[in-house]
Design a protein around this ligand. Structure first.
Ligand SMILES: NC(=O)c1ccc[n+]([C@@H]2O[C@H](COP(=O)([O-])OP(=O)(O)OC[C@H]3O[C@@H](n4cnc5c(N)ncnc54)[C@H](OP(=O)(O)O)[C@@H]3O)[C@@H](O)[C@H]2O)c1
Length: 248
């Protein structure tokens, strides 16, 4: 589990300092299955959530009670420390381009999978990724890829009998990444740093694998869990390997 003590401070937006483990103002663009699951989970910890929705969807009522507000996309981004993109890929590039200036200085978390228009396959890969394309459209923001490789049910409840579901994070190292890892941890996942943003070229196909497994009729809600062993356990189970290394 991510420890708040191991985390640095990130400066976001107009100079507001963000420390992982502290409250963040988060704009979630898209109030669909993923957006609502993330919003509910993050709000249940300590974060302030505002949904950015299409103007014609706007109304005074909360999304599903409990003080979550809706705003225009521009309004939601303006008041945020971090922005989560939870809309179909086919709309995402245009929205990032339109709001590129407002995103400057902010953490942007891309939860989309870059599916083609019929959702039958990824629209791009493996020499680029959706999030790298988005980063090129809004160079003043810092993009991360995460929350894309689990279904909305798993996002709403990432705890399984086998343990916490894993969620990988791709993006540049530093305090902002620590803040993103902290958010993934807040949602309830085992947050794992997958490396730089280009690692999203692997994470987006992993998201597609979730869709494929569901399409093949896998029952129930499921997610990936990261199994691991402490080095001492490996040595104990494979003593010959240890002897061979020592003999050299
Ligand atoms: N579903 C999953 O299990 C899952 C898991 C991981 C990642 N993802 C990814 O997460 C993203 C969202 O998936 P979802 O399942 O939450 O989809 P969804 O339930 O269909 O919700 C999409 C939301 O985006 C909104 N939207 C669409 N176009 C928009 C635009 N141009 N401007 C503003 N809002 C717009 C929709 O509003 P309207 O209702 O007005 O159309 C809706 O609220 C997708 O990129 C998907 O690949 C999905």
């Amino acid at each position: 589990m991510l420890k708040a003590t191991a985390i640095g401070t990130a400066e976001v937006g107009t100079g507001r300092l963000i420390k992982a483990g502290h409250e963040m103002r988060i704009a979630i663009i898209g109030a669909g299955r993923v957006g609502k699951s993330l919003g509910a989970a993050l709000r249940a910890t300590r974060h302030r959530i505002v949904y950015g929705v299409r103007s014609d969807e706007l109304s005074a009522r909360p999304v599903h009670g409990g003080g979550e507000d809706m705003e225009t996309i521009g309004g939601a981004i303006a008041g945020s420390d971090a922005v989560i993109l939870a809309i179909p890929w086919t709309s995402t590039e245009a929205i990032v381009c339109e709001h590129a200036r407002a995103l400057t200085g902010k953490i942007v978390i891309d939860a989309t999978n870059p599916l083609n228009a019929t959702s039958s396959r990824l629209a791009l890969g493996f020499d680029s990724s959706g999030v790298e394309i988005l980063q090129s459209h809004a160079q003043g923001a810092t993009f991360f890829k995460t929350f894309n490789a689990a279904g909305a049910d798993a996002i709403a409840q990432p705890s399984y009998p086998q343990g916490r579901a894993v969620m990988f994070v791709a993006g540049p190292a530093g305090p902002q990444k620590q803040a993103v890892l902290g958010l993934v941890d807040d949602v309830g996942f085992e947050a794992v740093d997958a490396g730089e943003l280009r690692a999203a070229r692997l994470l987006e196909p992993l998201g597609m694998l979730c869709l494929e497994l569901a399409a093949q009729g896998r029952k129930g809600d499921f997610a990936f869990v990261l199994a691991s062993r402490e080095p001492a356990e490996v040595e104990a189970e494979h003593p010959c390997a240890v002897v061979a290394l020592g003999a050299g």
